[in-house]
Design a protein around this ligand. Structure first.
Ligand SMILES: [Zn+2]
Length: 244
């Protein structure tokens, strides 16, 4: 009985070792690009997306100009499915607010496989967002990150009101307030509209945070492998105004 118990324990130990090996392999693979991803980097599904940081920004802004004018291109969603099933090489990563009126794929007139979009109310870079952007830069070789704020942001406005009134919002909403308070504090005392100033400060602060965040993003920014820029989406016109 004792022998049988010992065998079971050994089996469990071997199984655990196996899981550990897989976990280590997966982690190492992310850092150095696993074979499947390396292959996709050799033959990217969208060769036109291999761009310098400046060209990537130029392409985004040209797409925004088409969107503003109402002359967005017709995207062939059917025929792009097969090549995109093999991989992805987006030319820009966008950290956007979750606000339903902001739609990065539309406002830059892009198709699937073009933009790697991370969204959270208040467009701030928490740990999961940072990790997602690191994946885009390190594994997908995306050359550009844009932090995209917008006019009349409810998350920034709620933070202003909560700070001013000293109230605590219900549920998990205080997490947003905590993340956005530094930008609201920085905008206090500035001339002009507090909401607009805080929204702008939030974009600028997150651009600076991403550019200076080691090891992956800072190294990529320092080596000019990527650019990190900020924009504000204007609700009435659809225009994205670059602010950094
Ligand atoms: Zn918002």
């Amino acid at each position: 009985m004792c022998e049988s118990h010992g065998a079971a324990a050994e089996d469990a130990l071997i199984a655990r070792r196996g899981i550990l090996k897989i976990a280590i392999a997966a982690t190492a693979g992310l850092a150095v690009s696993p074979p499947a991803l390396a292959a996709s980097a050799k033959a990217p599904p969208k060769p036109e997306n291999i761009l310098s940081p400046d060209s990537a920004l130029d392409r985004l802004m040209k797409g925004n100009a088409r969107y503003i004018e109402g002359v967005s291109r017709r995207h062939d969603f059917k025929h792009e499915r097969e090549p995109l099933s093999k991989g992805q090489n987006p030319f820009a990563a966008i950290l956007s607010c979750a606000d339903s009126r902001i739609a990065p794929e539309y406002c830059f007139d892009t198709a699937r496989g073009d933009v790697f979009v991370c969204r959270v109310a208040g467009n701030f870079a928490g740990d999961e967002i940072v990790a997602s952007l690191e994946y885009a830069i390190q594994v997908l070789n995306t050359p550009l990150i844009m932090v995209l704020g917008h006019e009349a942001c409810g998350a920034v406005d709620a933070t202003i009101k909560s700070t001013k009134d000293g109230t605590t919002l219900p549920g998990h909403l205080p997490a947003l307030v905590t993340a956005l308070t530094p930008a609201v504090d920085a905008a206090q005392g500035m001339s002009g509209d507090l909401l607009a100033n805080a929204t702008l400060r939030n974009v600028i602060m997150n651009v600076e945070r991403l550019k200076g965040l080691p090891p992956i993003l800072k190294a990529a920014a320092d080596n000019k492998k990527i650019r990190v820029v900020g924009g504000i989406y204007k609700l009435a016109t659809g225009r994205v105004e670059l602010v950094t």
